[in-house]
Write a protein that binds this ligand. Structure first.
Ligand code: PHE
Length: 348
């Protein structure tokens, strides 16, 4: 009698314990553990079955049934819960995979040329179309080609350490692309009609208008009877082709040791339309180019007879031209690598 009550009690407690444990199950791994704990080979249900043997024979069927009922109850609960878990897992997987078709797409930007490269290519194309060929001079050069051969007096201020980056006593970073002039003259006989694009370096304070390095496009033409008006008309035509408009230019007398006469070319400021703004230092004009007739001494240094030949030369500042064309007010933008700036140029 006592045994019967005890066994019955055990069955009820087990059922309660199981329900309690089941309520803690969070996933299928928990459920597997629970299954082994209650229904496994060493689990309490098995133990109860073993205990059945100790029950008097006439009571066995009754207890056997109770134990079997418990077993079926536990197995059903596990099955039901298993199905529930599978549903839940599928649901959360579906949720995770949901595509929100209303989200904006991800924009991919393909690589593109830097505006300096693109503008340089455009300018080279225009000048090739006007009969020039391209030559390149070295960025690191000697005092001779950068200064001496270009008729700079030994005490000219541009030779001063303040403006020039010296690499050693003999070598410097070219301060202008004019270092190419005498090198080309040494190599070629006139007629020479050459452009020499590249970087130039100056030891200056970096500001909105000047940088320690920038680009120039040198151009020169040496032949019999080359005149100052050839220079003016060539520059005028080039600027009109580049700006694709009837933009105003201004030629001012100026001094460079390697030209005589020398001048500076200004372009009407497109940003303020001549009104005056920070780009043009409130003058309405922007200086973009130094130019002039090649000095006879320079021709001589290049092995060309100044009695027979004359020539013109110019040196254009590339950044200035781009700033003017696109209304950029700070030369530092070109080297900051701000993607918003780099991507802002149409069709480049
Ligand atoms: N090299 C000069 C400069 O850098 C420009 C220039 C080139 C002037 C050719 C005259 C002739 O300012």
């Amino acid at each position: 009698m006592l045994r019967r009550i005890l066994l019955q009690k055990k069955i009820e407690t087990l059922s309660l314990q199981f329900k309690n444990d089941l309520s803690e199950v969070r996933n299928s791994a928990d459920l597997d553990l629970l299954k082994i704990k209650y229904l496994g080979m060493k689990g309490p249900v098995r133990e109860l079955m073993k205990e059945l043997r100790t029950v008097p024979e006439q009571e066995r069927p009754l207890f056997g049934k109770s134990i079997n009922d418990l077993k079926t109850e536990l197995e059903r609960s596990v099955e039901t819960f298993e199905a529930l878990l599978v549903n839940r897992e599928q649901e959360s997987q579906l949720n995770a995979e949901t595509i929100d078709v209303t989200l904006p797409g991800r924009h991919r930007f393909p690589g593109r040329k830097h505006i300096i490269t693109a503008a340089l290519e455009e300018i080279i194309d225009i000048l090739i179309g006007m009969g020039f060929t391209v030559e390149y001079g070295p960025d690191i050069d000697t005092d001779y080609y950068n200064f001496e051969a270009l008729n700079f007096a030994p005490d000219h201020p541009a030779r001063d350490m303040q403006d020039t980056f010296y690499i050693s006593a003999d070598y410097l970073l070219r301060t202008h692309t004019s270092n190419t002039q005498v090198r080309v003259m040494e190599k070629h006989e006139p007629p020479i009609r050459v452009i020499a694009p590249g970087k130039a370096y100056r030891n200056e304070n970096v500001s909105a208008r000047s940088h320690v390095f920038f680009h120039q496009i040198e151009g020169f033409y040496i032949d019999k009877n080359v005149t100052f008006s050839d220079l003016i008309s060539t520059l005028d035509e080039f600027i009109k082709k580049l700006f694709k408009s009837d933009i105003k230019t201004r030629f001012r007398p100026s001094y460079f040791p390697f030209v005589e006469p020398g001048m500076e070319v200004d372009i009407w400021c497109l940003k303020c339309k001549g009104e005056g703004c920070p780009i043009c230092k409130h003058t309405g004009w922007l200086e973009v180019c130094g130019a002039g007739m090649i000095h006879p001494e320079v021709l001589k240094n290049g092995g060309i007879d100044p009695e027979e030949y004359t020539g013109y030369a110019w040196g254009m500042g590339l950044e200035r031209l781009i700033m003017l064309k696109y209304g950029i007010d700070d030369i530092r933008r070109f080297t900051e690598n701000d993607l918003r700036f780099l991507r802002s140029f149409p069709g480049v």
